[in-house]
Write a protein that binds this ligand. Structure first.
Ligand code: 8IG
Length: 270
């Protein structure tokens, strides 16, 4: 009798990535994970000194980063009495590597011991008065990818997906923070102006290409989720100017100290 080779489940793959992570960083367990989106990289230094930095490709199941301004590194940072696991880049749905690849870092973080995850992104903003360089708390999402990271009859509840406790904590740190509903489009093209109007009329305030699938996987894994968007540009058709990626990176550089301060103060309270 022959046996087919056993393909690991996504959860087994995450457990083996977490084991290698513990070995390479020398940190047995991590407490809080952060995923840095477009424009957020300059904020990372405010979180504290890295005790280890590894390439994502040193861990099983990770693939190389593909976008300028996204760094394929993972840092372990000691911050107060907590070990932070910081992903300096993410795999996007539009890379076509599949949903399991998109959420592998989230599942790895859960397997590494993280009980909370901070998902950040750069995105387009729809609300009147929002300016590029402004951070906005994600209050809820609309997932327009038409897919889920969960396979099978596991009917995960997404009520309060974006933790009210952590959002309140952010507002204690910065009372000027606004909230909005994040709409994930598949990308990689930006929306048309008509699609931006659609997003607005269905109740969205932020448009981007990440985060919702990761948030769902994080909830499935039992983690507390905080989502923060950096509005790097007004959504297509709202400013009269075309969108470009350099604008995104510039908004991040300009807002780095505010976002770094926000992240480090929030992480200290989680
Ligand atoms: I940065 O305006 C960034 N990412 N879909 N739309 C979408 N993704 C984005 C945008 C935007 N800005």
């Amino acid at each position: 009798m022959t046996h087919a080779a056993q393909v690991p489940t996504p959860y087994e793959a995450a457990a083996s990535a977490a084991a290698t992570l513990a070995e390479l960083t020398g940190v047995e367990r991590h407490d809080i994970a952060l995923v840095l989106g477009s424009g957020w990289l300059p904020a990372v230094d405010a979180l504290g000194e890295a005790t280890a930095e590894i390439d994502t490709t040193d861990l099983p199941g990770f693939s190389a980063a593909a976008v300028a301004g996204h760094s394929g590194k993972i840092r372990s940072i000691r911050s107060g009495d907590k070990n932070l696991l910081v992903f300096l880049s993410r795999t996007h749905y539009y890379e076509g590597k599949g949903v399991a690849a998109v959420v592998h870092p989230v599942r790895t973080a859960a397997a590494a011991g993280c009980s909370a995850i901070v998902l950040t992104n750069g995105c387009g903003g729809l609300k009147e008065g929002w300016q590029p360089g402004q951070p906005v708390l994600i209050s809820d999402h609309i997932n327009l990818t038409g897919t889920s990271p969960i396979v099978g009859a596991n009917f995960v509840d997404l009520t309060d997906l974006y933790s009210p406790r952590l959002r309140a904590m952010c507002k204690e740190v910065d009372g000027t923070l606004d909230e909005g509903v994040y709409v994930q489009f598949p990308g990689p093209h930006y929306e048309t102006p008509a699609e931006v109007r659609m997003a607005g009329s269905m109740g969205g305030h932020l448009v981007g290409m990440s985060t919702t699938l990761e948030a769902i996987a994080a909830r499935e894994a039992g983690m507390e989720v905080l989502g923060i968007s950096l509005v790097t540009n007004l959504a297509a058709g709202l400013s009269g100017e075309p969108l470009n990626h350099e604008e995104v990176l510039e908004a991040g550089r300009a807002a780095a100290s505010r976002m770094g301060g926000l992240l480090s103060q929030v992480v200290a309270r989680i």
